[in-house]
Design a protein around this ligand. Structure first.
Ligand SMILES: NC(=O)c1ccc[n+]([C@@H]2O[C@H](COP(=O)([O-])OP(=O)(O)OC[C@H]3O[C@@H](n4cnc5c(N)ncnc54)[C@H](OP(=O)(O)O)[C@@H]3O)[C@@H](O)[C@H]2O)c1
Length: 216
């Protein structure tokens, strides 16, 4: 497949790298077409990897990931362009972390609104599916690296077909066997607010390689 990844940080590079390793073509998007981090990633990832602007990556991808900083997510989506994302699935992994007062960060949204909803409002004709934001980047692309993959990941979104497709892709690409459909895009508030606990768990267990498992 041809995939677009908005974001040149750890998450964009990790997801992009995994998809290239699986044989897909991936374009990493940035605010500038010649971003240095993206250039280094292209060189390291090899065949199938390319870089461009947010708009270039959005136009390129059949499915697109949003891996931009929470504070820049809506601006990145606007730069990516409504037309380039129309009718497509946008998998949103962003978190609303505010590090301005150090660690642990606070959340700048998540109670009565969320980044997932803000993205969906900015891109009404795009199928936004919130997912993967509750785990560390390495775990996102390799669920099996922890507890034999027996732990949970969530999807939130207004389009049932898009969530079913994303659940399938998460299993096939990244090994996620337990995908919990939380409901419409407003359920992003739950998974984004979970970061308040995630950062405290990180402080307590001293590794980002952990996740939650639902026991009913
Ligand atoms: N790190 C993790 O393990 C992890 C886990 C779960 C969720 N997340 C979430 O995933 C997202 C990506 O995290 P990350 O650590 O890989 O990278 P990051 O440093 O949070 O974000 C980097 C990307 O955000 C873009 N960006 C920054 N400010 C912007 C602005 N004002 N307007 C438009 N774009 C802007 C940058 O653009 P340029 O390329 O132009 O510099 C870059 O592509 C974040 O929302 C984070 O909270 C991270």
């Amino acid at each position: 497949m041809k995939l677009g990844v908005l974001g040149t940080g750890t998450v964009g590079q990790t997801i992009g790298g995994k998809l290239v390793a699986l044989g897909h073509e991936v374009k990493l998007g940035s605010r500038t077409a010649t971003n240095e981090k993206a250039a280094a990633w292209v060189k390291a990832a090899g065949r199938g990897a390319s870089q461009g602007t947010f708009a270039d990556a959005a136009a390129f991808g059949e499915v697109v990931f949003n891996c931009t900083s929470g504070a820049g997510t809506v601006d990145a989506a606007r730069a990516a362009g409504e037309a380039n994302l129309r009718g497509k699935i946008l998998i949103d992994v962003s978190n609303a972390l505010d590090f301005s007062k150090g660690f642990p960060p606070s959340l700048f949204t998540g109670n009565t609104d969320s980044l997932g909803e803000q993205l969906q409002r900015a891109l009404p004709e795009t199928k936004v599916v919130k997912s993967l934001n509750t785990v560390n980047a390495n775990l996102m692309v390799d669920a099996g690296s922890l507890a034999g993959g027996d732990h949970d990941i969530f999807v939130s979104g207004d389009d049932a077909g898009a969530k079913a497709r994303v659940s399938e892709l998460l299993r096939d690409w990244f090994g996620w066997k337990n995908v919990v459909d939380l409901g419409d895009i407003t359920t992003s508030r739950g998974v984004e607010s979970y970061l308040a606990l995630w950062v405290r768990l990180y402080g307590a267990v001293k590794t980002p390689q952990f996740n939650i498992k639902l026991v009913r």
